[in-house]
Design a protein around this ligand. Structure first.
Ligand code: KG4
Ligand code: ZN
Length: 346
């Protein structure tokens, strides 16, 4: 053990394998990242235009031991220094989840240290605690990723009230699907974001689904169909398609509905902080509009740096740490739960 930590420090070894990143991190006292290794499989899935579950599981198995070794080496710790192990057990692809969870269980069993199963969506929220050491709940969090779109009131550590969520596609999924129909690469979100910067966002009037009055839920499938219909009708009329304009107009519709509902939640709960989380939190249009709106309403906005927005094990370790200090322990027969709900503890 190096002298950067003492016997009183809690050292978390965290593992994340819920989708297409094999990631392992070592943290000190929950918020200080000693290492955060992310091995992405994006190149393997690109040719299929999305994540292939069987390929993801196989790659996790090939990678996991190397990524654990690298994270421990970079953090300059050995297994004897580790206080407890945290691992994502849901939501996600069950075959992928099981790889990281099994590795975590093996370490916990062999070293006789506690295991903390972690909810991946909560992990995205906690990425903000790593970025901003002073940040404390309560706040409103908008979690927008490839698999999830949630508006959550986080009252305290481990205490959440889900105010709204998507009824169909997740925001990132809508970005990825629209990008695919535009012939752009995978993942599509960053590609659309790039093109949207040079396109005219007022050129096409795509719909926004508000749903019932007062609802904080989202729906993106109508918008996705509207983009598809627009592209088909332009092709039938032999009209040119300006990809930048489609990207900018689509992004505007997604961003406006996300921001309007997030601000409404903030005002309803009377919070002074809103935090962004998940891969789509990297979107420049979303950050800009939410920043403007927060300023107008005297609300502070926080979002993680790009590396912590997308899937990584440090955010999982942060949740695991807070669960650990609250006394929560997972059993060694914990299973992967593909549809695990936020706030649920098994
Ligand atoms: O959180 P994440 O890494 O994985 C999940 O847990 O789903 O999020 C990945 C998603 C993808 O759908 C990707 O297209 C989207 O985040 N994304 C973006 C941007 N960067 C990543 N979407 C819009 N704009 C971006 N700049
Ligand atoms: Zn994620």
């Amino acid at each position: 053990m190096t002298d950067i930590f003492t016997k009183e420090d809690i050292i978390t070894l965290a593992i994340e394998t819920s989708c297409d990143e094999t990631s392992v991190s070592v943290l000190k006292n929950g918020r200080y990242v000693l290492s955060n290794i992310v091995s992405s499989q994006i190149e393997q899935h690109k040719k299929f235009g999305g994540v292939v579950p069987e390929v993801a599981s196989r790659k996790h198995i090939e990678n996991i031991n190397f990524v654990i070794d690298e994270a421990m080496r970079e953090a300059e710790v050995d297994f004897g220094d580790v206080t407890h192990v945290a691992a994502t057990y849901g939501p996600g692809l069950v075959g992928a989840l099981l790889v990281g969870l099994s590795a975590a269980k093996a370490i916990a069993f062999a070293r006789e240290i506690p295991l903390n199963g972690v909810n991946h969506i909560e992990g995205h929220i906690y990425a903000n605690f790593i970025e901003d050491k002073e940040l404390e709940p309560p706040f409103i969090c908008l979690i927008v990723s490839g698999g999830h779109t949630h508006l959550v009131y986080m009252k305290d550590y481990g205490e959440y009230e889900v105010l709204g969520k998507t009824r169909d596609d997740a925001a990132g999924e809508a970005f990825d699907k629209v990008a695919r129909t535009l012939g752009l690469g995978y993942p599509g979100g960053p590609e659309i974001d790039k093109l949207a910067k040079i396109g005219n966002q007022k050129s096409i009037d795509f719909p926004k689904a508000y749903l019932e009055e007062g609802s904080y839920d989202f729906s993106f499938s109508g918008l996705k169909s509207a983009v598809l219909n627009y592209l088909n009708s332009q092709k039938m009329k032999n009209n040119p398609i300006v990809v930048e304009d489609v990207a900018a107009s689509f992004q505007k519709s997604v961003v406006e509905i996300l921001v309007e509902k997030t601000i409404a939640c903030g005002l309803e709960k009377g919070v002074d902080k809103i935090v962004l989380a998940g891969g789509v939190a990297a979107n420049s249009g979303l950050r800009q509009l939410l920043e403007e709106q927060c300023k107008q309403h005297n609300i502070q906005l926080r979002y993680p740096s790009l590396k912590l927005c997308t899937d990584n094990a440090a955010m999982i370790g942060c949740v695991g740490y807070y669960d650990y200090i609250k006394g929560h322990r997972s059993r060694l027969d914990l299973n992967g739960v593909p549809n695990l709900k936020i706030g649920q503890r098994i």
